[in-house]
Design a protein around this ligand. Structure first.
Ligand code: CA
Ligand code: CA
Length: 510
């Protein structure tokens, strides 16, 4: 008990010197995004890493290399009633206090970049009611390793964060990394890959921008390993999965500002991995069956999306969409009958208004409607899978949109960019896992005949938030205040909950 208390004390103290990809660094992303909206570019990169090298102090340098310290950046947050937070990397923000530390070193040269940026994070993880789960602390739905809480004790984790070893030659890059991969234009809910979960060990081969007479091309291929969290099943033989993925993007020279993209990813249990599985992602014929198995018996899980990202720099306007499929239509008959089969999408726009930036994004991850007719089995819900039983997750958090399976969401925000400060107000609605309630009452005989009706179990959250970044000479400061109203909390009719979210970030600039 004493050791635990001392450990917690050390973490609490350490976290006050901490640094993160939320808070200050998240605002750096916003500022860069705002600045680029009015720039004429040949190509909009669809592969992004969470890492930003901004104002980091050079400790040593030579003619063609430098060695920097990554500015220490503190992030602290507090939830009064329940867990909230998306796109925060490995961090999970529970009830009570949460913190994350990120710092380290960066070596830059012409052909080699080395980043050693480990992170540590903790969640006080105070007790709050969660919805019943087969996995105790896990998701309300099966076939996905997405915990509601990481157990019932203070949780902390150390990982390699945004560390990476990168080789560059001309436009080509080869990288070994533990960072997140973000694909596509989604500002809040990229569907195939986001920075909602912990990054994962992967190898990347690709190029960012290859200019040709007909336009610019981008291509990256990934192979990596995903892990199960400690809050899932008791089966020790299925704890890791393979992930392979690629993204392709093209900006036609005859339509300035337009970038079209394609993303595809595949996961498979490590126990079935073979060269055929590793290269299956490059098979353009998207068959239903697993190689060597009867049709429809698929041991791999695939997702794909197409992307349209269109920027109009003269008016500072950008519109984008990502349209994704969780499962392919296995033949042309099915495709013609129900093209909406497991379709999900994100659509959004951004508009500069002087010093202001107005943004809106809408995402819908709900199961397509033909599932109510039966004959397709369960599991049409985005990110779930029956063979890759952890679903599309790493260490208990989703690799894709953080709003979660079966959800839909809208976010409207207004940011104000000034020389030494950036302010942002936002309102966000998330309807949480509607698929769970629709699935629960698939059989009309199970539905309650009177009030409360099944429809009263549909849970949603409204958040109103304000945040700001304030730049001083040697310190950047981040602060956020948000209020959450949750209706049908844990899918219980008429159960209403309020939450206050506070966050503070500091970055020390050497
Ligand atoms: Ca997270
Ligand atoms: Ca397991």
């Amino acid at each position: 008990m004493r050791i635990k208390t001392i450990t917690l004390f050390v973490i609490y103290i350490w976290s006050t010197f901490i640094f993160a990809d939320v808070g200050v660094l998240n605002f750096y992303n916003d500022i860069e995004y705002y600045n680029r909206l009015s720039l004429e570019v040949d190509h909009i990169s669809q592969y992004k890493e969470g890492f930003i090298d901004k104002d980091n102090r050079v400790l040593l340098e030579g003619d063609s290399w430098d060695f920097k310290i990554f500015n220490p950046t503190l992030f602290y947050s507090f939830n009064s009633s329940f867990s909230t937070g998306i796109n925060d990397g490995a961090l999970w923000q529970g009830k009570g206090f949460n913190g994350q530390l990120e710092t380290g070193f960066i070596f830059n040269s012409e052909n080699i970049v080395i980043r050693l940026l480990p992170e540590i994070w903790f969640a006080q993880n105070k007790d709050f009611e969660i919805a019943p789960s087969k996995y105790l602390y896990g998701s309300v739905i099966t076939c996905i390793d997405s915990y509601q809480r990481p157990g019932n004790e203070t949780y902390y984790d150390i990982n390699l964060g945004k560390s990476s070893l990168l080789f560059k030659y001309n436009i080509f890059e080869a990288e070994l990394s533990s960072d997140n991969i973000i694909l596509g234009p989604g500002r809040i809910s990229p569907i195939i890959m986001s920075d909602h979960s912990e990054g994962f060990y992967h190898i990347r081969l690709g190029f960012d921008e290859w200019k040709s007479p007909i336009g610019s091309f981008e291509y990256n291929a990934f192979i990596g390993k995903l892990d199960e969290s400690s809050f899932f099943d008791e089966d020790e033989t299925n704890n890791s999965n393979l992930i392979t993925a690629y993204n392709f993007a093209y900006s036609p020279v005859f339509i300035p500002g337009l970038t079209l993209g394609f993303n595809r990813s595949l996961t498979a249990p490590m126990s079935v991995v073979s060269p055929q599985i590793i290269f299956k992602i490059f098979d353009p014929f998207i068959a239903g069956g697993y190689i060597g198995e009867p049709f429809g018996y698929d041991k791999t899980d695939q997702r794909m999306s197409i992307v349209i990202d269109w920027i109009f720099p003269e008016s500072g306007f950008k519109a984008y969409t990502e349209i994704a499929k969780n499962d392919y239509s296995t033949n042309i008959e099915l495709l013609l009958r129900t093209p909406e089969h497991t379709l999900a999408y994100t659509i959004g726009f951004s508009k500069i208004l002087g010093d202001f930036l107005l943004e809106f994004e809408h995402t819908d991850l709900q199961e397509s409607r033909e599932y109510v007719l039966g004959g397709l089995g369960g599991g049409g819900s985005f990110y779930r899978h029956h063979i890759v039983s952890q679903g599309y997750t790493n260490n208990g958090q989703l690799l894709g949109a953080g709003i979660g399976s079966g959800s839909d969401s809208q976010t409207l925000s207004l940011s104000h960019f000034l020389k030494d400060r950036t302010l942002k107000a936002y309102i966000q609605r998330i309807a949480i896992n509607k698929d769970y309630i629709y699935g629960k009452y698939l059989d009309p005989d199970n539905r309650p005949s009177g009030s409360p009706y099944a429809v009263d179990e549909l849970q949603f959250n409204i958040r109103l938030g304000f945040k700001g970044l304030f730049d001083f000479d040697s310190v950047s400061m981040f602060a956020e205040f948000a209020y959450d109203y949750r209706s049908a909390f844990n899918f219980i009719p008429y159960e209403k909950m309020n939450n206050i979210y506070l966050a503070l970030g500091l970055q020390y600039k050497f």
